[in-house]
Design a protein around this ligand. Sequence first.
Ligand SMILES: Nc1nc2c(ncn2[C@@H]2O[C@H](COP(=O)(O)OP(=O)(O)OP(=O)(O)O)[C@@H](O)[C@H]2O)c(=O)[nH]1
Ligand SMILES: [Mg+2]
Length: 261
Amino acid sequence: MTTTVRPRVLVVTPTYNERDNLPVLVRQVLDRGPQFQVLVVDDNSPDGTGAVADALAAEFAGRVQVLHRTGKRGLGRSYVDALSRAVTMDVDVVCQMDADFSHDPSYLPDLVDGVIGDGCDLVIGSRYLNGVSVVNWPLRRLILSTFANRYVRFITGLPARDCTSGYRCWRREALARLPLDEFVSDGYAFLVEMLYQAMGTGCRIGEVPIIYVERREGQSKMSRGVIVESIFVPWRLVLRHPSWRGRRGNPATRTPLGVGR
Ligand SMILES: Nc1nc2c(ncn2[C@@H]2O[C@H](COP(=O)(O)OP(=O)(O)OP(=O)(O)O)[C@@H](O)[C@H]2O)c(=O)[nH]1
Ligand SMILES: [Mg+2]
């Protein structure tokens, strides 16, 4: 008889006013198998998402954890706190995932497989591998995202087609090598900064295609401030570590995983 050892997966999900989405999402992730755990990082959401998360942690003791933040709000700061905890946990891979169902949990096995099966350090769930796979976005948003990706790739030389996707899976050891304490971005630019650091620390980066669906419930938190930050951060990264720009060094960065799978 052969037994397969399943990789232990921690899914980190940041929340700000996701009261209705979170319980459904957590159940869908945990339903994928006993090897899945969730870490919710809530920024003291006014709608009470934090209490909903606590109730889930009590219901699924040992499989759901909650980090309550009280400082300045921000996606980047939330990820720094949550991922710093994640790298100390007894798991093989750490996934990042939005709580609003734009990231379908059914892609989790593909992402994990890219790390465990294909030997990548980081696998991105990409909206831009097979054309554009986005559902229900207004044209304005589509143009903004496509332009943002081109802008980031042009300045940083990052190899990924989707540099701003928040759906990712990391080998825990690779994530632990990133100097999270030194990150400069507060908002969504944090995702780009992580990729630049990954490229600089020699990570094998792969991508798998996902179909991204606009949020079901609740409101977007996109603000003018985070957009302005996103314009400056790529330049700041390149000026700080110019030698990392466009760094290649392994085939995974050139051949997106999962194409044609
Ligand atoms: N902890 C924390 N989570 C946040 C913050 N801002 C956004 N989030 C969460 O991060 C994820 C992505 O944010 P969204 O508002 O969905 O951003 P988006 O997907 O670019 O925008 P939409 O397309 O409008 O959904 C969601 O799970 C949010 O609840 C924040 O300041 N702190
Ligand atoms: Mg969203």
